[in-house]
Design a protein around this ligand. Sequence first.
Ligand SMILES: Cc1cc2nc3c(=O)[nH]c(=O)nc-3n(C[C@H](O)[C@H](O)[C@H](O)COP(=O)(O)O)c2cc1C
Length: 241
Amino acid sequence: MSDLRALLGIEHPIILGPFGGLSSIALTAAVSNAGGLGSFGLYGYEGDRICATGAELRAATDRPFAVNIWLPTGDEVEPNPQHTVFAQALQPFYEAVGLDVPSRPERYTPALEEQLDAIWEIEPTVLSVVFGVPSADVVREAHHRGIRIVGTATTVAEAVALAAAGVDAVVATGAEAGGHRVSFLRPAEESLVGTFALIPQVVDAVDVPVIAAGGIADRRGVAAAFALGAAGVQVGTAFLA
Ligand SMILES: Cc1cc2nc3c(=O)[nH]c(=O)nc-3n(C[C@H](O)[C@H](O)[C@H](O)COP(=O)(O)O)c2cc1C
């Protein structure tokens, strides 16, 4: 447990989960100011918005905080060439409610490089990622800047892949977790391990601290996670409530 606190510079090994599109400066800062680690979800944020968010977080807390991004898995940046086909298929539904059929956008989300350039500028304590393994360049650059990298695993195999890539800690996120199922080695529906089955297996499989996530909502859940070898917990839904 103390490993994670020392690693992240926090007092309590309790992490506020990032919420893509829903994170708030106030909640992130409140958790950091209370001695945990507030995380802010930057999904879909462009470089300028990331820099502005970083400045707002710095103004709201002088404690460590994390930011979170989604690694691209497919057509998030470059819109799917099939867009026109889908739009045409849906045309009657748009017409029925009097809306124009949306045209194919230039891009859906900002490029990873644009997001990372801004993140290197705001220098969070932690960069957490979902939907994949960060490249060697990203891990090297983060470490060069003193930023910890945390990966997210839904299975033991994903945790092993993340640890092999040099992440500093792994979030073991069970099927109970709120938000997207962030599996990347196998389809999500084949990666539905429950939190309290996943934690001890991941703890046995990797040498880095393991952060348990999914269905942990009070001190009993925290105690259970620690009893199974977790070094910290990441809580989402309970904080949202
Ligand atoms: C609305 C919502 C959005 C989320 N967005 C993200 C995200 O963008 N990135 C991420 O790593 N986790 C995301 N999560 C997962 C949380 O950070 C956290 O790991 C999860 O909620 C833990 O499970 P719990 O909700 O059972 O506590 C999201 C969760 C929710 C409920």
